[in-house]
Ligand binder design. Structure first.
Ligand SMILES: C[S@@+](CC[C@H](N)C(=O)[O-])C[C@H]1O[C@@H](n2cnc3c(N)ncnc32)[C@H](O)[C@@H]1O
Length: 369
């Protein structure tokens, strides 16, 4: 079977490297996501193990479609009863390339009609649509007279790990945090510091990665567990897989520290870390007090995006001053506002464009001499 793991913009290469390291077959670089081949269990494992992937999908069918009628006909032929019964709910989303000349909502509606008509014809009954919490999520990609129909194994997007109790001010998504950590060149051994840790996303994801703890282990249920082809046997096999992954976590990660100015947000970070089974050092300290102490460390941070103008300008000055005195440290900053790093007079070792939700960001990496 062909799977497709969707990636945040700019994280494709990092996701390809991750999936290759995890041992998936025929991993290939693609814009927007990474395909691989495998069996059902590989798809389940991808849901449990990918830190960067946003969704894991399986290709249900691919067929030529020059117009909406051909799209409808092709979708109607697919074996829907393998995955849903009339008791299941479903939802369809679509992407239609401009060459198709159709509105994506209309394309989704057409495929929804194909599914219900196919079920009615075979059973005399049909599934209902649920936009909020469907058992089965279907995604249609239609471009250049070819349609691909995917089923989304993840259900809820994978950044919802299940350990986060609450967010702070502007938390970054867990999947983006994991991508930033991988792209930062952190070796998972050097002590790591986030001096503006907020609700702790970067430090928690760092600790899970360093200890080789699969990020999906907290999720109660993935999408595929709600399908008609997931019975008792499959549930047993999934339990075995979860057990194997639990056994892979190893030992103590290096020292990982989070600081922040805000007591309330630090309490949230503590709660999130505890829920993830981690004991991290999370303490109140203003950025201006951060000093090098002779140990090489990795700094990773996601400074505010500059909404509170005066407060953030002062913080940016403190950040730039701090970075330049951290001799021997490696520094990775995910910035949504170029002002945040304007005062750093060092040549970045690398820069990558990324997106944090709808905000254009850059991951900027320095080796401080
Ligand atoms: C964009 S948020 C970080 C969000 C975090 N990555 C998360 O996922 O929750 C920036 C954080 O910087 C903190 N902050 C602002 N000024 C600070 C200062 N002078 N020293 C330390 N932390 C500060 C804020 O309290 C806030 O939690």
């Amino acid at each position: 079977m062909e799977f497709y793991v969707t990636a945040g913009p700019g994280t494709e290469s990092a996701l390809r490297d991750e999936l290759s390291e995890l041992g998936f077959r025929s991993v290939r670089l693609n814009r927007g996501g990474i395909p691989f081949f495998g069996e059902w269990e590989d798809g389940w494992r991808a849901c449990l193990e990918t830190r960067l992937g946003q969704r894991v999908m399986v290709v249900m069918g691919r067929f030529p479609a020059r117009d909406l009628q051909q799209l409808y006909d092709g979708a109607r032929e697919l074996p829907w009863l393998d995955v849903i019964t009339p008791k299941h709910t479903f939802a369809v989303a679509a992407y239609a390339h401009e060459s198709c000349g159709e509105n994506p909502n209309f394309v989704a509606l057409k495929v929804k009609d194909a599914i219900v008509d196919s079920m009615r014809e075979q059973l005399g009954q049909r599934s209902s649509v649920s936009k909020e919490d469907p058992d089965l999520r279907v995604f249609v990609y239609w471009a250049r007279e070819k349609a691909t129909v995917y089923l989304d194994l993840s259900g809820e997007p994978l950044f919802k790990r299940g350990y986060r109790q609450a967010g702070g001010e502007a938390p970054i998504k867990e999947t983006l945090a994991a991508a930033v950590l991988r792209m930062s060149g952190w070796d998972r051994k050097t002590p790591l510091v986030d001096p503006m840790c907020g609700s702790g996303t970067l430090v928690i994801e760092a600790a899970l990665w360093a200890a080789n703890i699969a990020p999906g282990l907290w999720r109660q249920r993935f999408g595929f567990e709600r399908w008609a082809n997931f019975g008792e046997d499959e549930a047993k096999r999934l339990a075995v897989l979860r057990g194997q992954l639990r056994g892979q976590g190893h030992g103590q990660p290096p020292r990982i520290t989070g600081f922040d100015l805000d007591d309330a947000v630090l309490a949230t970070a503590q709660e999130n870390a505890r829920a993830a089974g981690l004991r991290l050092s999370l303490r109140k300290m203003p950025l201006r007090e951060l000093q090098a102490d002779g140990t090489r460390r990795m700094l990773v941070a996601n400074p505010p995006y500059g909404v509170r103008l005066d407060a953030d300008n002062q913080l940016y000055q403190e950040l730039c001053a701090a970075v330049q005195r951290l001799h021997g440290w490696r520094v990775a900053l995910i910035v949504g506002n170029p002002r945040a790093i304007a005062g750093i007079h060092l040549r970045p070792e690398a820069e990558y464009p990324l997106k944090n939700g709808s905000i254009d960001c850059r991951l900027v990496i320095y080796e401080v001499p």
